[in-house]
Design a protein around this ligand. Sequence first.
Ligand SMILES: [Fe+2]
Ligand SMILES: [Fe+2]
Length: 339
Amino acid sequence: MPVDTATAVDQYFSIPLDHLAPQTVVSFDLYLRHGSGEPVLYRAANMEFGQEHQLRLAESGVVELFVHRGQAEAYREYRREAGGEAEPGPTADESELVEILQDSGTPLARRCQTLLGVSHEVIEVALADLGSPGLPDRVRRVSEATVRFLAAEPEAFRSLVRLVSTNAQLRAHLANTSLYAIELGRLADYGDMDQLARLGRAALVHDVGKVDLPETLLRREGSLNDLEYAEMMSHTELGLSRLVEAGWTDELCLEVCTQHHERCDCSGWPRGLAGEQLSLAVRIVGIADTFDTLTTGQGPGRGLTGYQALWKMKRERPGQYDPHLLDHFVRGLLDSQRR
Ligand SMILES: [Fe+2]
Ligand SMILES: [Fe+2]
């Protein structure tokens, strides 16, 4: 019966030669592959791999070896012991999840945020590598912690559902704003690829301070009273604190985070800066941010079509946005509709 080479090869995964540390006992079989054929056994498991073996392979032009998928766990264990790249392990929040969720001294919203944060981390690991060591236990622990939390806190589910929806909206807004900012930067000759990437990164975190605002405020669809408006405005300072605390030193990120609500006609906030005081990056993100808010946001004056939003920015808010940039943006959007 003919051997299905493609299927047989699929049973193996490749590892770089330098993943094998000299003078270590390799706890899995090593295979070599010649041409497009099926891998053949090179050294059986539990034999020492010496420097001479590594040199001989390197001299023969071998850059990779193969391991049978059935021995993937042994390979991972070997890599960990050899000091190779660590698999992403549980964070402190994950290790103490049950205790954190039970701590009634911590506000419910913060505990909900921790639970969602840990769930997302574990899911990310699962999506990247279902065979990650300890993953089944980590998934089970998160599920058990969730079960206990929902049973102990009658308001937890309602709070979690609101948070899920708010987080999703904020994530989408940040991603959209970054996309618009990069395209507008490209059309306006903002700079080279690196500069555009820095601009996109700054736009991606411009509203990160909203994570610290109560979700009831973020989900309000009606107009805000003075107190609520002041609280909403605090997201630029909250964002700056978050970025600094997390070690983000890129001046552009800090500047965009604190100034993206400033406007060219001094009508913006928090400082009412004048147009000439606003950097090109701030003016670009201001347009991208407003456009996405008008077209995707909820509540009065939101949920507009692209044309309605541009009309509003050009005609109803003249002077707020850099007119040359706005023209570039209009042309870019029109162009994208035509194609
Ligand atoms: Fe903002
Ligand atoms: Fe924003």
